[in-house]
Design a protein around this ligand. Structure first.
Ligand SMILES: O=C(O)CCC(=O)C(=O)O
Ligand SMILES: [Fe+2]
Length: 335
């Protein structure tokens, strides 16, 4: 089971910069969309209707449909109803939903103040052109493991109920997080990042109701649910080129994730597609050690190694994309 970050005696974290909604300046607004550092805006809930500030999580977490899946003690389970989920959440079980869909009446009511969200709408570059946010809910010590979003989108992550513990590392800390090439998921627990995690400069925050966290593209995050908590995320790209790159990376990633789901489920097509991971595995073996050691040993000259590797990554990606898209289309089971 995934360990909480605190249990691995991490190096100290910096606090995330915070700003009150009323104090937001034009420069802060720019930093909230185009910045390269995490930033929190506090006090959005003052602009929400009372119904969205209820003390009962069921009043706020109104689902459109039953969840596609629920993570129970970290294991993905299909076929649970919303009612079953809430029952377990309220009993203090380790359960969470990743990528749920809230009723539009709720998402519309909390997408405010309008002056703030107008800024996002103007970008017109939301992931998959969907303006409705996705929802994340959990409790009982559940953990969303260390990852960055696959499509290299930026995020506004806003808490609607309870509070959650968030750990963040900007993308430049990837090498120290023992990142696998092309992958936005740290498949190795944080505390096993060899020596790397001791070098990683992270930030942390306790994110509460009415607080909105900006995560820049590629920002690593681990989210922990010591108590029941609900949040929504608005995912977006800032420029057409960010969007293009993000969609390509997403195609690779989801293809890979699809195989990790469909092979254990015994899908014959997935087993036939397994050789797709062999060249990637070979490359990953070299990359992990090569990049990590190069960055640590070569210091400012590390670019001599990392730049060619980045080109190799790009080449690999282009060869794989059509195949990975196809795998995803045929086999993805969802979060
Ligand atoms: O809140 C969570 O559990 C995960 C959120 C997340 O990964 C995201 O917003 O990208
Ligand atoms: Fe995420």
């Amino acid at each position: 089971m995934v360990q909480s970050i605190a249990s691995s005696h991490p190096p100290p974290f910096q606090p995330v910069r915070r700003i009150a909604l009323e104090a937001l300046s034009g420069a802060d607004m720019d930093a909230l969309v185009g910045g390269s550092e995490p930033l929190i805006v506090e006090g959005l809930d003052a602009t929400w209707p009372d119904a969205c500030r209820s003390d009962d999580i069921r009043d706020v977490a109104v689902f459109e449909t039953n969840p596609n899946s629920v993570f129970v003690n970290g294991q993905q389970r299909f076929g649970l109803t919303s009612e079953e989920f809430f029952r377990r959440l309220e009993a203090g079980d380790n359960v969470r939903i990743f990528d749920g869909e809230l009723a539009t009446s709720v998402t519309d009511a909390v997408t405010r103040p309008q002056s703030l969200f107008a800024r996002l709408r103007r970008l017109d570059l939301f992931r998959y052109d969907k303006t409705k946010p996705v929802c994340f809910i959990g409790g009982g010590g559940a953990i969303t493991v260390l990852h960055h979003d696959f499509e290299m989108n930026a995020n506004w992550h806003m808490v609607l109920y309870g509070e959650r513990q968030v750990y963040l590392w900007t993308h430049d800390q990837s090498a120290s997080l023992f990142k696998l090439p092309l992958l936005g998921l740290s498949l190795i627990p944080f505390s096993w990042g060899l020596l790397g995690y001791r070098f990683a400069r992270g930030q942390s925050c306790r994110l509460k109701r009415g607080e909105l966290l900006f995560m820049p593209p590629g920002c690593w995050h681990q989210i922990e649910y010591p108590q029941p908590s609900l949040a929504v995320t608005y995912a977006f790209h800032r420029t057409p080129s960010e969007k293009r790159t993000g969609e390509r990376l997403g195609a690779f990633w989801f293809g890979f994730m699809t195989l990790t789901q469909a092979v254990p489920a015994g899908r014959a097509l997935a087993i036939a597609a397994l050789p797709l991971i062999v060249p990637w595995g070979v490359f990953a073996g070299i990359y992990i050690w090569g990049r990590f050691l190069a960055v640590k040993l070569l210091g400012r000259l590390a670019g001599a190694v990392t730049v060619p590797l980045r080109h190799a990554e790009t080449g690999l990606l282009h060869a794989y994309l059509p195949l990975m898209r196809w795998v995803r289309r045929r086999l993805w089971m969802g979060y």
